[in-house]
Design a protein. Structure first.
Length: 299
């Protein structure tokens, strides 16, 4: 459009189109959340700008002129096109969003440190990472991807196994002034930190005849368990995927060679309506590649 083609005031056009459609200034005012006087003022301003009357007025009654009716019909179609284009833009924005719900330990300690690589690959995708231990209704809550730790039984969802994990004990190198247990059989003389994951399977695998620890504080969040162990409060049984950052940094030291497989595994789950969306497929493919690279590093 050339610069010389000057458009009428948009607010005045909206006021006129609504007034023409209703043939009533009061109903137009209600629709646009304006006063009757504001509609009347906008219409008169448009009439002055166009140099011709748009309505014939008889007291409070108004009747649109035939030329103005054609103009109003054209505006109505144009406003409809604008609304459709705006809806398409909003839909495109929603379509570029990827909402992920992950168990907190995996989100904070494995996924979040790597997620920047996915964002670099797909800068147009808006990633929303939610950390939740609850089994949400993903479709109801508008979540595209759930990362869960369990047995893979998630009815009504598209499910793909990601990887397993193992348990082993860790301790701060500064625990008890560095006097760390030298053999699994010595653990009975040490403080064993408790979590929702039982010690018994690992103790049996290590050949330790010892009851499940009881009493004291129990951690439901593995991140808090790891923090307590790193602070030197005791020996913790941890999942490798969750604790490896502190082990790599030296804040925690793995004890002994025995590791027991977790009965639960990590799963990628998605509502059927979201599973086929391009950003969900892109994220799944990227995640599987990241896991493959991670497992090669651990081998």
């Amino acid at each position: 459009m050339s610069a010389s083609r000057r458009l009428p005031n948009f607010s005045a056009l909206r006021a006129f189109e609504a007034a023409a459609r209703h043939e009533n200034f009061s109903r137009a005012a209600e629709e646009l959340h304006l006063t009757h006087g504001a509609i009347s003022h906008q219409v008169r301003a448009l009439e002055e700008e166009l140099g011709r009357p748009l309505f014939v007025r008889h007291g409070r009654q108004v009747k649109i002129t035939s030329d103005a009716l054609k103009f109003a019909q054209f505006l109505g179609k144009s406003f409809g096109d604008i609304a459709a284009a705006a809806d398409a833009m909003r839909a495109a924005a929603v379509n570029q969003r990827l909402t992920i719900s992950s168990i907190p330990s995996f989100a904070a300690r494995w996924l979040a440190p790597r997620l920047g690589r996915f964002i670099d690959l797909y800068p147009d995708i808006e990633v929303v990472l939610q950390s939740s231990g609850q089994l949400q209704d993903l479709a109801r809550d508008g979540i595209d991807v759930g990362i869960r730790f369990g047995r893979g039984n998630y009815p009504g969802l598209v499910v793909q196994r990601l990887m397993g994990d193992v348990y082993y004990p860790v301790v701060s190198p500064h625990y008890r002034g560095g006097q760390l247990p030298a053999a699994p059989q010595e653990l009975g003389r040490h403080t064993l930190l408790r979590s929702v994951e039982p010690w018994s399977p690992w103790l049996r695998a290590a050949g330790v005849d010892m009851a499940e620890p009881s009493g004291g504080l129990m951690f439901e969040d593995l991140s808090m368990l790891i923090r307590s162990a790193a602070d030197g409060n005791g020996v913790a049984l941890v999942r490798h995927v969750v604790a490896m950052q502190e082990i790599a940094s030296g804040q925690l030291r793995r004890l002994f060679d025995t590791a027991t497989p977790c009965p639960d595994e990590y799963f990628f789950v998605s509502p059927p309506g979201a599973a086929g969306r391009p950003q969900v497929q892109a994220f799944r493919d990227w995640l599987l590649e990241e896991i493959a690279a991670f497992q090669r590093q651990q081998a």
